[in-house]
Write a protein that binds this ligand. Sequence first.
Ligand SMILES: *[C@@H]1O[C@H](CO)[C@@H](O)[C@H](O)[C@H]1NC(C)=O
Length: 349
Amino acid sequence: MSSNLLFFFIFFFVIVCARTVCNAATIPKYTAMIVIGDSTVDPGNNNFIPTLFRSNFIPYGQDFPNHIPSGRFTNGKLVTDILAALFGIKELVPAYLNPRLSNDDLRTGVSFASAGSGLDDLTEAEGGVIPVSKQTQIYFKAYKERLITVVGDKEANRIVSGALVVISAGTNDLVFNFYRKESSIISQYQDFLLEKLRDRIQDLYNLGGRTFGIPGLGPVGCIPLVMTLKLKARVCLEDVNADASLFNTKLQKLLHKLQATLPGTIFTYVDLYGLISDMIKNPQKYGFTVTNRGCCGSGLLELGPLCNALTPTCSNTSQFLFWDAVHPSEAVYKVAAKLAFDTLQNAKP
Ligand SMILES: *[C@@H]1O[C@H](CO)[C@@H](O)[C@H](O)[C@H]1NC(C)=O
């Protein structure tokens, strides 16, 4: 082979390899996905604990594979499911409390999230849900021990340190705690929540977690139930949105600080607030026609047991930003997962 031809082949291989095969199909960026948080990322842990805050009945899951109401609080998959698939980890992130978890499920990660929970141990949309502190201190710890018995010490450490750890929580602390009582000052409560978040990140770090993807709060004042409880007009509550926005500013500062102080960590903030605000401002860009109420029932109040087999639903879920009175539709999660994917791809240590 002439040296020109050889050069051509090497050049060709490098280009093709970099753009396709070697990048996408060989080694996934993460070993596993570990998920902590609330209903935005709970694949059905609440099915296995005594609480009424569940969604394992129709019409939940009507657009899920085989139309299974798995306990996810939406019509289809969650953002973490879609994100895990985009990274080539797996198609669905299972609930840790599911007694039928396989060793393979453990190897590629699970979700400890519990719908209705918060960073504050006192936050609960309904009794019995699992606060984020218990998710990290009890369940994640137990998971790590179980993983060690399956794959051994060294491999368990490799899996956990190579995992993407997603923490999605905080909305319930405002909606089902702070705004119910308003017994403290919002800025102090935000600081308290962020201290709790920092402690949870420390729990995860101590057990080997290194790479964190953390979405900020969405525009909480645009959640249909929040609008319903606070006033009659179907418009976003700007004061509530300002609280969420300030929380996000403080959250980003905290993540910068943690990355600088915890050796080996990468923290990626995902701007959910910007995305959902844009969806509300420019719904047609995303195929939405309704953004101020959910698809289930009247869309103003229905959630959990109030959105059930007897509740009528909208004809096209893809046109609704919200599936029920609190939770985004799968259509939102698809776009959010793509945003998270792109943001994480560009993350730098
Ligand atoms: C449902 O809505 C989406 C988004 O607006 C649209 O692309 C799709 O064609 C609709 N499907 C039906 C069956 O009308």
